[in-house]
Design a protein around this ligand. Structure first.
Ligand SMILES: Cc1cc2nc3c(=O)[nH]c(=O)nc-3n(C[C@H](O)[C@H](O)[C@H](O)COP(=O)(O)OP(=O)(O)OC[C@H]3O[C@@H](n4cnc5c(N)ncnc54)[C@H](O)[C@@H]3O)c2cc1C
Length: 405
């Protein structure tokens, strides 16, 4: 098992009693991550989607990681989930994004809100790796403020007809099914979530966004829906509860992003330590220059700053699974926002420190830290920007009347 990954598991054993089954899942995750690395690098250097990743992940049976065993998943609890997220982060944010959109946002929405029939139809196949899922909330004019979304639906017979577009959707161009959030044409206050098969007439991928500043191995697409007919049994949850579906899923997504950032910081630190021990300038290893030690220390501090809020959020999510309450949902909303906000800034700074330790080679995508540097920036934007996280954190402390977003 990867040395850093074992170290994270060992340190958590002081807080949590991992079962033999938990350990088997973590070993499986580790094996998948090790096999993913060469293909991630290969596709990254070609600036293209990693088309091998779904097959490798499926082979290791990790695509239903947090999904109930009843639907073919591994039934991993949130702590095992964030450890897995951390290990995938070491591989790179491209794979983490594929996994996050497919599993943490797509599959988890169905697990939390789907009917038994929807779970049989979508979750079972997605957990097995037979289909890929995505989560379509953002629109050209509705990003930080998803309540302003314009995609609309209208009931016609036993179908809903959806028109509109979605923007920046991870896996959108490769998904077999996705969750689409739309507003009722007749009752504009009503937002609902729909399970949509991407082979439905009227569904279109307008563009795969390849002109990104990183995250090359993950698909980001712009989607359009023209008179797209969705059967009424594909409403996820109940009509009008779309934003509950969205917000509860994003909470899992934020934990996923924070854990991925932990893994990226870990990889930046490991790579920088190796480099600082090997690279010689002015007659000694650069790690013996005190200013390089400062970069190393900052990355180590960022690792600790990031991992603990993420682990604690996951432990509280385990508690929520045992004793659900509205109070614990609010706590998880706050904790996941804190974990994500700390992680996104820490990963960005750490990638910068790592590039500095590497010097010119760090500026190249041939170095792991160069790739992390390009990818890390997006964590301050997706799944809620840094600014929105800060406003949410403050609102939780000040009280509802102080909501500033
Ligand atoms: C690579 C990538 C993948 C993505 N994947 C998905 C996906 O799978 N599904 C999905 O639905 N979306 C996805 N997104 C979209 C992402 O969630 C949005 O980009 C994000 O929520 C921000 O929205 P926006 O880009 O419209 O920025 P805007 O909302 O326009 O924000 C622009 C700036 O204004 C700030 N701002 C906005 N409102 C306020 C306020 N009230 N107070 C202070 N500052 C404010 C923001 O923080 C930001 O700095 C993805 C984005 C990227 C880049």
């Amino acid at each position: 098992m990867d040395k850093s990954f074992s170290e994270s598991i060992e340190i958590l054993k002081t807080l949590y009693d991992f079962s033999a089954e938990d350990m088997q899942i973590l070993e499986r995750v580790d094996a998948a991550a090790s096999e993913l690395v060469p293909s991630e690098i290969d596709h990254y250097l070609k600036r293209e989607l990693n088309t091998d990743a779904p097959r490798i992940a499926k082979k290791h049976g990790i695509l239903g990681l947090p999904i109930d065993k009843k639907y073919g998943g591994l039934g991993a609890n949130p702590l095992v989930g964030v450890l897995a997220g951390e290990r995938f982060g070491q591989v790179g944010l491209g794979f983490s994004t594929f996994f996050g959109a497919n599993v943490m946002l797509g599959q988890m929405s169905v697990q939390m809100w789907g009917s038994d029939e929807q779970k049989e139809r979508y979750l079972r196949r997605a957990a097995a790796g037979d289909i890929i899922m995505a989560f379509g909330l953002t629109e050209p004019e509705a990003g930080s403020d998803p309540m302003s979304l314009k995609t609309n639906y209208e009931k016609k017979g036993n179908k809903f007809v959806i028109n509109g577009s979605k923007y920046f959707i991870s896996n959108g161009g490769i998904a077999d099914a996705l969750i689409v959030f739309a507003r009722s044409k007749d009752k504009p206050d009503e937002i609902s979530a729909f399970l949509v098969d991407t082979d439905t007439k009227g569904f279109g991928v307008e563009m795969d966004l390849t002109e990104k500043i990183g995250l090359f191995t993950s698909n980001t697409a712009m989607l359009s829906f023209q008179d797209m007919e969705v059967p009424e049994e594909n409403v996820l949850g109940t009509l009008g509860n779309g934003m509950y579906v969205a917000y509860s899923s994003i909470l899992n997504g934020r934990m996923g992003v924070a854990s991925a950032c932990t893994g990226v910081i870990r990889d930046c630190l490991n790579a920088s330590v190796d480099r600082a021990r090997e690279r010689v300038q002015f007659g000694k290893e650069i790690g013996k220059h005190q200013l390089i030690q400062e970069h190393i220390a900052e990355m180590a501090l960022n690792l600790e700053r990031t991992r603990w809020p993420t682990y604690i959020t996951a432990l509280r999510a385990i508690e929520y699974g045992k004793n659900p309450s509205a109070e614990l949902v609010r706590e998880l909303d706050q904790r996941s926002a804190i974990a994500k906000r700390i992680a996104s800034r820490a990963v960005w700074e750490s990638a910068d420190h790592a590039v500095q330790v590497f010097g010119g080679f760090g500026y190249s995508l041939l170095s792991p830290v160069g790739r992390h540097y390009c990818d890390a920036r997006v964590t301050r934007i997706f799944e809620g920007t840094d600014e929105i996280m800060e406003l949410k954190i403050a609102e939780h402390i000040l009280g509802k009347g102080f909501r500033a977003f």
